[in-house]
Design a protein around this ligand. Sequence first.
Ligand SMILES: NC(=O)c1ccc[n+]([C@@H]2O[C@H](COP(=O)([O-])OP(=O)(O)OC[C@H]3O[C@@H](n4cnc5c(N)ncnc54)[C@H](O)[C@@H]3O)[C@@H](O)[C@H]2O)c1
Ligand SMILES: O=C(O)C(=O)C[C@@H](O)[C@H](O)[C@H](O)COP(=O)(O)O
Ligand SMILES: [Zn+2]
Length: 368
Amino acid sequence: MSAIRRVEVSGGTTYSIEIGAGLLDDGARLARTVRGRHALIVSDENVAPLYLARLEAALHASRPSLSVAHFVIPPGEHEKTLARFGECLGALAALGATRDASVIALGGGVVGDLAGFAAACWMRGIDCVQVPTTLLAMVDSSVGGKTAVDLPSGKNLVGAFHPPRAVIADTTALRTLPDRELRAGLAEVVKYGAIFDASFLDWLEAHAEALLARDDEALAEAVARSCRYKADVVARDLYEHGDRAMLNFGHTFGHAIETEQGYAGTRGDGLNHGEAVAVGMVLAARLSAALGRASAADVDRLKHLLERLDLPTSIPDGLAPQALLERMRLDKKADAAGLRFILWDKAGAARIVAGVPDDAVLAVLAAG
Ligand SMILES: NC(=O)c1ccc[n+]([C@@H]2O[C@H](COP(=O)([O-])OP(=O)(O)OC[C@H]3O[C@@H](n4cnc5c(N)ncnc54)[C@H](O)[C@@H]3O)[C@@H](O)[C@H]2O)c1
Ligand SMILES: O=C(O)C(=O)C[C@@H](O)[C@H](O)[C@H](O)COP(=O)(O)O
Ligand SMILES: [Zn+2]
């Protein structure tokens, strides 16, 4: 087994993110994170045939007394719903899950958000162990404790902050990830450089080809560095009263696109989350430049890097600017005073900005 990278997350609850090849088969490591007698593994129909039996076997070998059940949903953002959340709670009830039970989220961010929210709510909160299998989930959604489901009216509108008990990321799972989903994860990786550290953008520019070619070392390094950026801000601001909102760079635009497209991304006829964030980051960067806050050169740099990673950088056809603006009004950063955006001062430095005129936003949306 190659070296395991470990990132500690503090801020209320403390837990470890462990990143390495082969961790899915490390039953002892998995079992150490699971208290009690019951564990419900939540997964989706793409991931379960690949990894569920392995995870169950590893757990059983290490803790034969553990009562393990699974709840498997169809794949896709359109499944991150209150209805599936209810079914997941039903699966916990059928298992007889007590307050020391665990939910194990085996999959991408959809599974992680849904399973995490079920864990947050079952008996007012039980453990959730995140076992991310997409790049996006390894670098972002498995960390930090944001859990949620979508409503037709907006992304992640029903949820809770519920930090995981542990995150165990087996990087070999990335070998089966479709190219499109790998690229989607890279969008959130670029986000960390864009908001926190221009030197990480340099690193990404130097390693773009290696990442796309799934070089093990480059991917593991990208995961670990991303987790460190996220752990750092989550430790300071778990509940997103301040700096954590930087992680929403590109998301006000991106979530509006996903919602307006009816969460069609993973069904193939819309943008998935990472793709929508890629477009959203370019729009947020353009808005920053339009308001005199960032240079055109930095906007071009970001766009060029995303293009090299084969990510979309413009709004898909058929989405009206006014409709997207209306979607943004349910963004969770908005308050009684209106919308707030994460804007750029320059590459590697972002801030939350209120009072952005609708006209400026509409102009950016109209330019695509
Ligand atoms: N909670 C957070 O902080 C946070 C952060 C970022 C994103 N998110 C959420 O995460 C979701 C997006 O997550 P995602 O990009 O992982 O999408 P996803 O969960 O839909 O997974 C993408 C696709 O890859 C498949 N898949 C997963 N792992 C695989 C593997 N190893 N091999 C083959 N196929 C595999 C899935 O079945 C799915 O079809 C969105 O709902 C987004 O809102 C949450
Ligand atoms: O962890 C965070 O904080 C983030 O904002 C990470 C985002 O990448 C993620 O998409 C998150 O789910 C968005 O949160 P929301 O509060 O805008 O729904
Ligand atoms: Zn995101």
